[in-house]
Design a binder for this molecule. Structure first.
Ligand code: HEC
Length: 158
């Protein structure tokens, strides 16, 4: 009896996980539709210089217990980062522009619900349920997350 109810709840949990995995696939069109880089009416717009100087280092940084964002997101996710050129520890101008485009698609300028913010953030801290790349931040007060937030809210590098 005990075993059956446990296995049923595991199956339930897997079902929920499967559902959550399929949901993101249905969303990019909406996210792109809401994207308003070219419509200043949203109030916030994404600053390239801030992205290059402050956000990109976060995408390259190694956090204990996690792989670096770049190690997974250079393949086939929606957030596609350019692979680093051999021997290079940072992205060049052209690569940075492409990253800005790609990461920007996961952001609704001005919105703290942007997937870039909630996906790698622990659910207890206001993040979403699941990111197969792990929850890299457990609190919104962590400096790196604060930097991502500042970018989403339109902070410039001046
Ligand atoms: C171990 C591999 C891995 C790492 C490391 C990783 N991710 Fe992901 N990430 C994924 C996979 C796989 C998906 C798609 C499935 C999902 O949503 O969980 C994803 C999805 C996302 C998405 C939703 C858009 C998309 O591309 O599907 C965002 C935003 C995101 N990751 C941000 C990050 C950030 C920021 C970091 C670093 C702080 C990071 N990820 C680190 C594997 C990873």
């Amino acid at each position: 009896m005990k075993y059956r109810s446990v296995s049923r709840s595991v199956a339930g949990a897997l079902g929920v996980a499967a559902l959550c995995l399929t949901l993101p696939l249905a969303r990019p069109a909406t996210v792109m539709g809401q994207r308003s880089e070219s419509s200043p009416s949203s109030g916030a717009s994404l600053d390239y210089a801030f992205f290059k100087a402050r956000v990109q280092p976060i995408l390259l940084a190694q956090r204990p217990g996690h792989a670096r964002c770049i190690s997974c997101h250079k393949h086939n996710n929606q957030m596609r980062l350019q692979p680093l050129s051999p021997g290079s520890a940072a992205w060049n101008e052209d690569e940075s522009r492409k990253n800005f485009e790609s990461v920007g698609r996961l952001v609704v300028p001005g919105s703290l619900k942007s997937r870039l913010l909630v996906h790698p953030l622990a659910e207890v801290a206001g993040g979403d349920f699941y990111h197969s790349g792990g929850k890299h931040w457990t609190s919104q007060s962590e400096a790196e997350w604060q930097t991502l937030k500042a970018w989403v809210l339109g902070q410039t590098s001046k």
